[in-house]
Design a protein around this ligand. Structure first.
Ligand SMILES: [Fe+2]
Length: 497
């Protein structure tokens, strides 16, 4: 049975350290009759009694003191204490710990006491600032636009109150069950759960579905063995599970390095905050999943359209790969890869509205038929317009048949009035049209297609886009001809959103 110690929270040479063995009882006070004399005017002569029963349970009782006893910031007449608790007599604050730490070997006791549960049912004590942060967060969550931005916001709000050195939101991957850090403060502080000081705490918080606070990590031998703890100098940890309707969906994690510890009421605040955050996160995740499924459906639809026209089978996918090649190489579209990818994948989706007799006609089109065929860009735009997650992709869907000289369709835009994604996709689309067979001609060799693109530089195509293509001509030619280009194609086609 480990003995317990109450040591001054701040270094104070004139304050005694109080050690207690099982079965022992000591009075604390300012007067000489007390077993432990604490020479501070805030204490009564006989202020409190500390006692450990035979099971190792430490209790404190107020002996009628003037200024009372505060356990973890709350005034108590009597209370049970566990390591990590703080006790204030008058102005003097003590912290409870194991007397013989760190050589503690009594693991069961450690696991029950160091990872002290803060019950969710305890009314959270949040001050005005904390409450304002909480309300602001809930308003933001109602109006959230995207999950990563929302998660960053949650951490920033938490940081204003809890003031951790490091914090993260971990989300459970619904497929693998792995914990993935989705937002981290400071940014880049860690990229995997294994880098966290206490994945033990995260696991225990999730299993117990309750908040855990480790006041002083030095008291827990299991955590001391983690190399990351020693390297990072972690002192104190709060971990709150984020509970969705069907179970834990993630965790809110915060730690302090160096000498500072989290005050107990901060764990309660974090709990209140997390309950709020979890509901919003679950909604956001559902929204995310729904969007992903919906997008996959649209892409399957686009492929079905390609398949309907035997001459353009695989066209959408090839245009996507070529567009991504251009976008990656230009260096100007780093923020728009996913937008361009979606636009390229869906650029001809409006062909669903073009009659088969026109779409599949083997001869040349008459003016009426040509108008029906050209309508695929406005039909596609109209189909995708109601979908908020495709909004940024619409200009390229609508504009991929515009021409630099203003002779294209549907809006006869010219030059830089044409959206840059549409100008880029126009090169990719035309290159694939030329290098694929058509009813009225065979496939052109890659070199001939490249030559024709250059001839139309500044006429059909944006000169800058043709220059970009020039630098990539070999890659374009290789992408669907070299047998070992499959990995490169897969990489270009992979969704990032
Ligand atoms: Fe098209």
């Amino acid at each position: 049975m480990p003995s317990l110690r109450l040591a001054p929270a701040a270094p104070a040479p004139n304050l005694p350290v109080i050690d207690l063995e099982a079965g022992e009882s000591k009075t604390v006070g300012r007067g000489r009759q007390a077993d432990v004399v604490v020479d501070d005017p805030g204490l009564s002569r006989l202020h409190a009694r500390l006692s450990i029963d035979d099971t190792g349970q430490l209790a404190i009782d107020d002996l009628g003191s003037t200024n009372g006893i505060f356990v973890n910031g709350t005034e108590q007449l009597s209370a049970y204490l566990v390591p990590g608790d703080t006790v204030r007599f008058g102005r003097v604050e003590y912290v409870v710990s194991f007397a013989d730490a760190p050589g503690v070997s009594d693991a069961p006791v450690v696991s029950q006491t160091i990872l002290r549960r803060v019950s969710m049912s305890q009314a959270p004590k949040v001050d005005r600032l904390a409450l304002e942060a909480l309300l602001a967060t809930s308003r933001e969550m109602m109006a959230f636009q995207d999950l990563p931005a929302l998660l960053d916001r949650v951490l920033d709000r938490l940081a204003t109150i809890v003031k951790p050195d490091r914090a993260a939101i971990l989300l459970v991957d619904s497929e693998t069950g792995a914990m993935i850090p989705r937002a981290v403060r400071p940014a880049g502080a860690y990229s995997s759960v294994s880098e966290f000081a206490s994945s033990t705490v995260v696991r225990e918080a999730l299993n117990a579905r309750d908040t855990f606070i480790v006041h002083d990590i030095r008291m827990d031998p299991r955590l001391q063995q983690a190399a990351s703890v020693m390297l990072a100098g972690v002192r104190s940890v709060i971990c709150v599970p984020l509970l969705g309707r069907s179970g834990p969906i993630g965790a809110l994690y915060a730690d302090k390095l160096g000498v500072e510890q989290f005050a107990p009421e901060l764990a309660e605040y974090a709990s209140a905050f997390a309950g709020h955050a979890a509901a919003a996160l679950e909604t956001a995740q559902l929204y995310d999943d729904r969007e992903r499924h919906f997008r996959a459906t649209l892409e399957a639809f686009a492929k079905a359209i390609d398949a309907r026209d035997r001459y353009t089978a695989g066209h959408s996918e090839r245009v996507t790969a070529y567009s991504m090649l251009l976008a990656r190489h230009s260096g100007q579209y780093a923020d728009a890869f996913e937008t361009i990818r979606r636009a390229a994948m869906l650029h001809d989706i409006g062909k669903v509205g073009v009659p088969d007799r026109v779409l599949l006609k083997e001869g040349s089109l008459d003016p009426h038929e040509r108008a029906l065929m050209q309508a695929h860009v406005t039909i596609g735009h109209g189909m995708l317009e109601p979908l908020p997650f495709l909004g940024a992709s619409l200009p390229a869907v609508r504009g991929h048949h515009e021409r630099w000289d203003g002779m294209g369709y549907p809006d006869r835009l010219a030059g830089v009035d044409i959206h840059p994604h549409a100008r880029l996709m126009s090169v990719a689309d035309s290159y694939d049209a030329m290098t694929s067979g058509r009813p009225y001609r065979g496939a052109l060799p890659a070199k001939e297609a490249a030559r024709r693109l250059r001839i139309d530089r500044g006429k059909q195509f944006d000169p800058e886009m043709v220059d970009l293509f020039d630098a990539l001509e070999q890659e374009f030619a290789a992408l669907y001809q070299e047998p070992d280009a499959a990995a490169m194609r897969a990489e270009l086609l992979r969704s990032v959103g």
